[in-house]
Design a protein around this ligand. Structure first.
Ligand SMILES: Cc1cc2nc3c(=O)[nH]c(=O)nc-3n(C[C@H](O)[C@H](O)[C@H](O)COP(=O)(O)OP(=O)(O)OC[C@H]3O[C@@H](n4cnc5c(N)ncnc54)[C@H](O)[C@@H]3O)c2cc1C
Length: 526
């Protein structure tokens, strides 16, 4: 048995995992990060629109402060958020955005003087202050009273993870990439790391640590239509649940983003509507003001998504061979704006739809986007029931989003939670009672149990196809656990999912090899 010892094991190399690791390492603790992919290719890279922080730099952000951000976040959460956590978050976000600037994130900056913007479908000239020249610029996002979203064109996540990843490298934090945590090491009351599969060789290793942090992102791929990448399957969240000790929170709280391109579900950022884009129906009618006269397209995401689906249900969707959709019109923003500030949107439309968004409307429909629920933690980021287990970022239910996350509050959460939870983890490791005192024999038993499960899959005579079962699960989730839910349909979904669970115990593999065997990986994840 190969055992790797460290002070802190971070499962996930996205923005949250990297920032947690940097915090703990700066306090003198050894840290290892695990990641399915090279850390800088984590899903954080896909974040487009921006990061909320109440800097109040732009003219439309004047009067903004932590209290206004707090109110927006709590209201946006449908009053479901933990207000103590939100308070810590809004107070720290401005520091986080400045830290990122110091680390090299090339935030889009304010140019003083007049500029034309689209507000409520109309071209309006606003004048940025001379005194604000060169300060970090901010754009409008849904559900916010002020323009608060800091951005790097529409490649914000790319810029952030490049800078934070570089800091992790500078701090000499090892990233064990192409490794997958498949079980937690625990003795019932205390977590001591994870059993990890090397995705290249197939070897199992035990990582034993004082503190373990799950920072593994969302679980969007349990749905068929999602904006999330294929690696967002939520396996570490599942292995936390499998301990029978750690709890999950708010798992029913799933966010659907209004503008997934139709039918693929790839995201075009909220920045499209923030910058002035409009939603239109089959008649070319801008329908959001009919439902939401005040915020219109910039109501919070849950509201806009519901209104779009309601409008489609009234027969006002645009028919296509894939089903009904709504139009997103950003043509009014003009080519210069689209090619500069919405560059990725331009490319996504071009390559995945064959649509030129400068001249044509974009077909969109709400798609699964964000997992508000996750590993239940208290404000320190630690599981209240499994000592030594922490979580941060999208994988955590730190509970700052309640039942709806505001756009721009997620990448902000990753770095802010990373700053805060990283310190609490370091405090935990500093305490002398939190030594690693698990018997090696127990670690060996846990590893052997995991190896036995994999061997049973490889050598078994099952007849079910793991990929087919997974696709059926995704279809059930998309069709029956979507934006609108009711008791009878949810009961049907539970019934069908339970049948799939029974069938999953009879999975058989066509390829029996170890090592890089995607069929095996799909099988044990299912
Ligand atoms: C298309 C898109 C655009 C978005 N745009 C914005 C935006 O503009 N603003 C905003 O605030 N939010 C945005 N979001 C949301 C935001 O990007 C994510 O919530 C956030 O980046 C998640 O960061 P994370 O560090 O928690 O997880 P991730 O960045 O998803 O990282 C997860 C890490 O966990 C690793 N991992 C997973 N499973 C395992 C395992 N079993 N073993 C080992 N490692 C594992 C992965 O390899 C990865 O390194 C967007 C989301 C999407 C889908």
């Amino acid at each position: 048995m190969k055992v790797v010892y460290t002070d802190v094991l971070v499962i996930g190399g996205g923005l949250a995992g990297l920032r947690v690791a940097i915090g703990a390492k700066r306090r003198g603790h050894d840290v290892i990060i695990l990641s399915l992919v090279p850390a800088k290719r984590s899903h954080s890279k896909a974040a487009q629109g921006g990061m909320q922080a109440s800097l109040g730099n732009v003219i439309k952000g004047q009067g903004d402060n932590e209290d206004v951000h707090f109110e927006d976040t709590v209201r946006g959460s449908d009053w479901g958020a933990d207000q103590d956590v939100v308070r810590m978050f809004v107070n720290t976000a401005p520091k986080a955005v400045r830290e990122l600037a110091a680390w090299g994130v090339p935030w889009s900056r304010i140019r003083p003087g007049d500029r034309d913007v689209i507000i409520n479908g109309q071209k309006v000239t606003i004048t940025e202050r001379e005194a604000a020249a060169g300060l970090i610029a901010q754009r409008d996002f849904g559900g916010t009273k002020k323009w608060r979203t800091c951005y790097v064109s529409d490649g914000t996540g790319h810029a952030m993870i490049t800078a934070v990843g570089d800091q992790a490298i500078a701090s000499q934090i090892p990233v064990h990439e192409r490794t997958e945590a498949i079980a937690l090491v625990h003795d019932g009351g205390r977590c001591y790391g994870a059993i990890v599969r090397d995705l290249i060789t197939g070897e199992l290793r035990a990582y034993v640590a004082k503190a373990t942090a799950i920072c593994s992102g969302g679980a969007g791929r349990i749905y068929r239509v999602t904006t999330n990448a294929v690696i967002c399957e939520g396996i570490p969240t599942a292995i936390a649940l499998e301990t029978g000790v750690a709890a999950l929170g708010n798992m029913e709280a799933i966010q659907f983003h209004p503008t997934g391109i139709f039918p693929a579900g790839i995201l075009v950022t909220e920045g499209c509507r923030g910058d002035g884009g409009l939603l239109k129906d089959v008649d070319g009618h801008r329908f959001m003001p009919d439902y939401e006269p005040e915020k219109k397209e910039l109501a919070s995401r849950d509201v806009v998504s519901r209104r779009m689906e309601e409008h489609i249900a009234k027969g006002k969707g645009v028919k296509s061979r894939f089903g009904d959709h709504i139009w997103l019109d950003i043509t009014l923003l003009g080519e210069k704006h689209i090619r500069n500030n919405l560059r990725e949107v331009y490319e996504i439309c071009h390559y995945f739809l064959g649509v030129d968004p400068v001249k044509e409307w974009i077909p969109v429909r709400p798609a699964q986007h964000y997992t508000m629920g996750g590993v239940r933690t208290n404000y320190t980021g630690e599981s209240p029931t499994l000592k030594g287990l922490f979580a941060a970022g999208e994988a955590a239910c730190w509970d700052m989003h309640g039942f709806n996350r505001l756009g721009g509050n997620s990448v902000a959460e990753t770095v802010v939670a990373g700053m805060i939870v990283g310190e609490f983890i370091a405090d935990f490791c500093d305490r002398s009672e939190n030594i690693v005192d698990i018997p090696t024999r127990l670690v060996q038993e846990i590893l052997e149990a995991e190896q036995a499960k994999l061997d049973a899959l490889v050598n078994g005579k099952g007849t079910e196809d793991a990929s087919a079962l997974k696709a059926q699960m995704q279809d059930i989730m998309t069709a029956k656990v979507g934006i609108f839910r009711n008791g009878p349909v949810l009961e049907q979904a539970v019934d069908e999912l339970q049948k799939l669970l029974v069938r999953s115990r009879n999975i058989g593999l066509r390829y029996k090899g170890g090592g890089a065997n995607p069929e095996l990986a799909t099988a044990y994840r299912v």
